[in-house]
Design a protein around this ligand. Sequence first.
Ligand code: KG4
Ligand code: ZN
Length: 344
Amino acid sequence: MNDSTIILGIESSCDDTSAAVIQGSKILSNIAANQEIHNEYGGVVPELASRAHQQNIIPVVQKSLNQAKIQQKDISAIAFTRGPGLLGSLLVGTSFAKSLAMSLNVPLIEVNHLQAHILAHFIEDANPEPPKFPFLCLTVSGGHTMIVLVKDYFKMEILGKTIDDAAGEAFDKIGKILGLDYPAGPIIDRLAKEGNENAFQFSKPKLEQYNYSFSGIKTSVLYFIQKEVKKNPHFIQEHLNDLCASVQKTIIDTLMNKLEKAAKDLGIKEVAIAGGVSANSALRQAMHTKAEELGWNIYIPKFEYTTDNAAMIAMVAQLKYERGLFADLSISASARYDMEQDFS
Ligand code: KG4
Ligand code: ZN
């Protein structure tokens, strides 16, 4: 990789507007404006998200250039998230990136958000060592849950995925049942630390091969809560930490069982996690336990590279830049994009 190439990356797929500057594989700045407007609605409201992106994008980009101490003339290419995500949100980042690339007369680079979560592992300070191909990556976010076999930077195969809710979505929806704010994942993680993970048992899905299902866990929690609240209206408040710990254990055990099966079946010991849910402390701990038990070499990204961020977009862009994989200025955003649908 050419260590002098400077790229500006833009991420606007969901509810965070983010911009980052990368030089080689070193992140010079990684700025995000979180949209708190959605907290009170218990989820992301697409129209409000698009509007907030439009308000945030210029200040966020400006801040990332300032923090990186670079000027527009130093930029070699502009990268943006093309998909998957909310169309209105993606359009803001896409249009901005296209206009800036055109005005600076530099190449434009499209990035697959899912590939970016995985390739974030190649950012200089993401890990002490980057993963070695082929590796498995449990990719867990608010919109996706899958086990990916990463054969090379742009050769990825999905071995299994969720047939309904994503793991992050399960955290968020169960959090809503428990009366927690959106996004509930980090709140459940925090409260679970004070709770007993074996206090309550929730049904675990049984699916073939490496596929996941999380809607059953959510329903099982819902019915259990409804039954208990009828007997004791204060049930949730009195048992909140135990509920969070038990829910978290159910989700993390489910994720890890399939990951372990895939690693065993394929004989792979290079195992990574990526995406927003990879910030979860119980998942991180479970990976360390497996490393000790099974001799896995594990890759757990730094917190700032787990939830949506533009640093990962800029990282993918560097890999594409050196391969000459540029986008045409007529390109448009794409809400539904699969991992294997490579745009390189
Ligand atoms: O990757 P991400 O920022 O956005 C998507 O691409 O979807 O993931 C967001 C998801 C949310 O569902 C959020 O609740 C979850 O990641 N999340 C967590 C934690 N931090 C974020 N879930 C469990 N524990 C956490 N510490
Ligand atoms: Zn994401």
